[in-house]
Ligand binder design. Structure first.
Ligand code: AMP
Length: 185
């Protein structure tokens, strides 16, 4: 499957803004709004993901709230696949199933509609998972567990960026292939 060359990675890196000490002191926040605001760069990224995934066998693309929705939604429309949102608690209106996961301080939870894959033609349904960034990996691991609970196969977990030094992908690769467009070492 296609990846980007160093020149193209550098181009996209140049569109992402580092915001220091957000949301708290010591964190360098990778701000993707500057990339989204550049129509050539956003288009370049979605075209790259289209090329990577157009021949991979899956029916659904699921995005993690909220920045994951932007990339997953755009790619789902381009690839003519169904979109499934994974959301924070109490946002989805119909019956949900959920998965809790640990944060640095406390616990968080994500939810998915129980019938999100009821239109699947494949058994098990196959899905591509997308989020903007992998840090500790907690969110993505919980999302994959949530999919496993409802017997859905995640064919790949895809991120725009991977903060490699946090080794968040180590747990995911045990069950699921991981692709990051950009890696921060
Ligand atoms: P984690 O569960 O630790 O892998 O965190 C991943 C989620 O937190 C992603 O949905 C990101 O949007 C967000 N996130 C964590 N760290 C950062 C960061 N340094 N810059 C931007 N987003 C971040």
């Amino acid at each position: 499957m296609v990846t980007l060359n160093d020149k193209d990675k550098e181009y996209l890196f140049g569109k992402i803004r580092d915001v220091h000490d957000f949301p708290k002191s010591g964190i360098i926040f990778k701000d993707i709004t500057t990339l989204l605001n550049d129509k050539e760069a956003f288009n370049f990224l979605i075209n790259h993901l289209t090329k990577r995934y157009e021949t991979l066998d899956f029916e659904f693309i699921t995005g993690i709230e909220s920045r994951g929705f932007i990339f997953a939604g755009a790619l789902a429309a381009k690839l003519n696949r169904a979109f499934v949102p994974i959301r924070k608690p109490k946002k989805l209106p119909y019956t949900t199933i959920s998965e809790k996961y640990s944060l640095e301080y406390g616990i968080d939870e994500i939810e998915i509609h129980i019938d999100a894959f009821s239109t699947a033609k494949q058994n098990p349904p196959k899905v591509l998972l997308i989020d903007d960034l992998i840090a500790t990996g907690g969110t993505a691991v919980a999302a994959i567990k949530l999919l496993q609970k409802i017997h859905v196969e995640c064919v790949e977990a895809c991120f725009v960026m991977n903060l490699k030094f946090l080794k968040g992908d180590a747990e995911i690769v045990k069950t699921t292939p991981v692709y990051s467009v950009l890696e921060v070492f």
